[in-house]
Write a protein that binds this ligand. Sequence first.
Ligand SMILES: Cc1cc2nc3c(=O)[nH]c(=O)nc-3n(C[C@H](O)[C@H](O)[C@H](O)COP(=O)(O)OP(=O)(O)OC[C@H]3O[C@@H](n4cnc5c(N)ncnc54)[C@H](O)[C@@H]3O)c2cc1C
Length: 257
Amino acid sequence: MLPLSPSPGWEGRFGDAARLVEQFRAGRVLLAGDAAHIHPPVGAIGVNAAIDDAVNLGWKLALVARGQAPDTLLDTYHDERHAAGERLLRNTRTQAVLAQANGDDDRLAPIRDLLSELAESADTAGPLAEAITGVGTRYPASGDPGHPWAGRMVPDIPLGQDGEDSPTAVLTRTAGGVLLLNGAADSQALSAAARPWADRVTTAHTHAHTVERAHAILVRPDGHAAWIGAPSTPVDAAAEELRETLARWFRRPGPTP
Ligand SMILES: Cc1cc2nc3c(=O)[nH]c(=O)nc-3n(C[C@H](O)[C@H](O)[C@H](O)COP(=O)(O)OP(=O)(O)OC[C@H]3O[C@@H](n4cnc5c(N)ncnc54)[C@H](O)[C@@H]3O)c2cc1C
């Protein structure tokens, strides 16, 4: 063991505790970050997880405070982030076990080898990295559940005539939702269906090839896809799906109760 420095430049204390609160919300008390979950520091994603909590909660709080969403919207914060917390603990505990420096016990070596192989394979490296970093987190979404972006953070695809804009830029500017349309035949009907929510949801156009297998995507203010309009869904049914999803997240338009 190295002798302790009499004047260390940095001091820290941590263990391998892994705990998750039962409830992220109790009335007006909301927990986020390390207050809601602690885990071994392996993987270095505590800050990511804390920011994901805060971003999931922030837009919901703002809508509820402005009367643009019902109070029950805050319950979805618990539902979504508690599930994410369970995955966070599972992943960090797995890494902590595998990182155990115990030269005498090589029972974990086969698992380490297997995971190393998966991490090097083009097919599995991406999903593994997304699981470990939390980037692959999916929240419940409506529309086409088989679409690869359903419930996930939407990639920063180019928007507008010249592709000069992106969903992140629009979300950051407006702090509202974004309805992405790809110019398919039902774009006008979907745009009209979303018009009553125009103060909360911006409509943006993107080139057809950038939104594959979807005619339209409703992006929540935290960047996750809330609804995927499948090309096979008839236009009236797609418009109704969209209206229901908009009402779920942004309340039906009308006087604030
Ligand atoms: C050794 C170690 C290494 C780590 N490395 C990484 C890494 O590389 N990458 C990474 O993403 N994460 C890392 N983490 C995890 C990361 O530090 C935490 O997950 C993250 O800081 C949690 O953020 P937070 O805002 O929830 O809590 P905190 O960062 O703990 O912030 C809480 C703040 O509240 C303040 N506070 C507490 N009580 C009160 C009070 N009563 N009144 C007012 N203020 C109060 C505290 O002083 C603190 O500033 C590491 C953790 C450890 C222990």
